[in-house]
Design a protein. Structure first.
Length: 226
């Protein structure tokens, strides 16, 4: 169990680092991360960006959790709040460390932006697979995917439906403020290719760490459909 907990929270840390790397790349992020970024910029713009980013992530994930809990009528969904709280601090902390290290990409080096974007994307994929592998606590968005899965009977379609819903919300925000900083070409690339990459990485991760047996239904369903 101790190893699984370490791997799980390492996955959350990788997620936080990957998101911040993709933001630095400036070519677009995942729709959910874009929504978080716009909220941080335009609703909590008066405070430190890293704190605003973590706070925005917490609010959005908490809202998703409450909606899932209301629909599913299962109080156990509240356990996902553990992920949300930890991830809030990791996201803010990762950004603060990168700011201290002054990690930036000089203007005029577009190839460097693309390389950095792909690095962030890969780090996020590994982070997701780490958390899924442990089969511990499902994130709010994963509970939402399972709710959609009851409708579509297909996890891939459910993931796509979730991404479309979040993309519409993020694009609406971008149009209102007329700022497309977080929506770019790489957003489309990331959304389209994340599922195949997760499937590609999951098997070697399982071989490295070994199989995990658990009765956690939510994460079992997610893992079985990777």
């Amino acid at each position: 169990m101790k190893k699984r907990i370490i791997i799980h929270f390492s996955g959350l840390l990788l997620l936080a680092i990957g998101i911040r790397i993709m933001i630095i790349a400036g070519l677009g992020v995942f729709p959910m991360d874009g929504l978080v970024g716009y909220m941080a910029d335009y609703i909590f713009g008066g405070i430190n960006f890293n704190v605003a980013l973590g706070l925005s992530s917490f609010i959005i994930n908490t809202v998703v959790m409450l909606i899932c809990m209301a629909i599913k009528k299962d109080w156990k969904v509240v356990y996902s709040l553990i992920n949300t709280i930890v991830f809030t601090f990791l996201l803010a902390g990762a950004g603060a460390i990168m700011d201290l290290l002054n990690i930036n990409i000089p203007e005029g080096y577009l190839w460097a932006n693309w390389i950095v974007a792909f690095v962030g994307f890969f780090v996020i994929a590994v982070g997701i697979d780490f958390t899924v592998y442990t089969k511990l606590i499902a994130a709010p968005i994963e509970y939402a995917m399972l709710l959609f899965d009851k409708l579509f009977k297909n996890l891939t379609l459910s993931k796509l439906a979730i991404e479309i819903c979040i993309f519409i919300a993020t694009m609406s925000f971008a149009l209102i403020v007329w700022n497309f900083e977080y929506i770019g070409w790489f957003t489309a690339i990331a959304v389209i290719t994340i599922s195949p990459l997760l499937q590609l990485l999951y098997k070697p991760i399982t071989k490295i760490f070994g199989e995990v047996k658990t009765e956690n239904v939510s994460q079992e369903e997610i893992t079985d459909n990777q």
